[in-house]
Design a protein. Sequence first.
Length: 277
Amino acid sequence: MEEDFFYQDYLNWRKSGVESSKIKDLINLHFYFRELKKLEIKVIYQEHFSETASKSELGVTEFQMFTKKTSISNEDISSEDDFCFFADEPTENIISEQDNLENDLIIGLAVGDSSAFDELYENEYPKIRDYVIQNSGSIADAKDIFQDGVVVLLEKVKTPEFEFTCKVGTYLYSCCRNLWLKQLRKTNREINSEYYEIYDVEDVSFLEEPENYLEKLAPILAKLSESCLKLFQAFYYECKTWETIAQEFGYNTINSAKNQKYKCLKKIVVWVIFWTT
């Protein structure tokens, strides 16, 4: 089906940032759904952030894994997954245990388990906080970047066929670092390269909101009902299966759910043109 190619283009964009002209409107919708997800993440971590607000967070802890010097050049690091070189290789006996813990964490994040989010905060936020503070940022900046990074991580966790080639924490750190470096470059603020080695890694422009995307999205949102938006969010953004969608939305069959999504797509002029060409 033509629809399957359309969906695959979207998944390709989510995995690698390669944009197809066919899915520009869907990309705009994606960032709209991301804003909703950011609000959810903010609520999840609000208690954590309020608990640490009264504590001294300015004592920067050294993390040997991220501060050791290397001779690796920019050319050697071409993607965010290449950050795995930071992780020391464990022994075979430890690998199995660590893999199980990683799998449990990934599954927990995918299903929204609060303990998984707690673990992510406790283990990874201090590293990201310290990095941001040492590179012209504030506690507030660190919180924002951490939340943005978690949203990107959740998108990857829920993207079919996506595989982590490094630890979840390493992946999250690289996303947050890239996002912060982008922000620093935009505002011409100083980067403290002595604290952590800085590398130019994969272009993370696809992690950033398209310019004026809400304005471009307005005509689309005007054509969509709340039920259509929720259906798009479940299928495209959350990557839920048709079986799950049919059950959650109360459709009698999977085909009924698919038909409803197709009707929603037809309400969007740009996509109608796509379907008929």
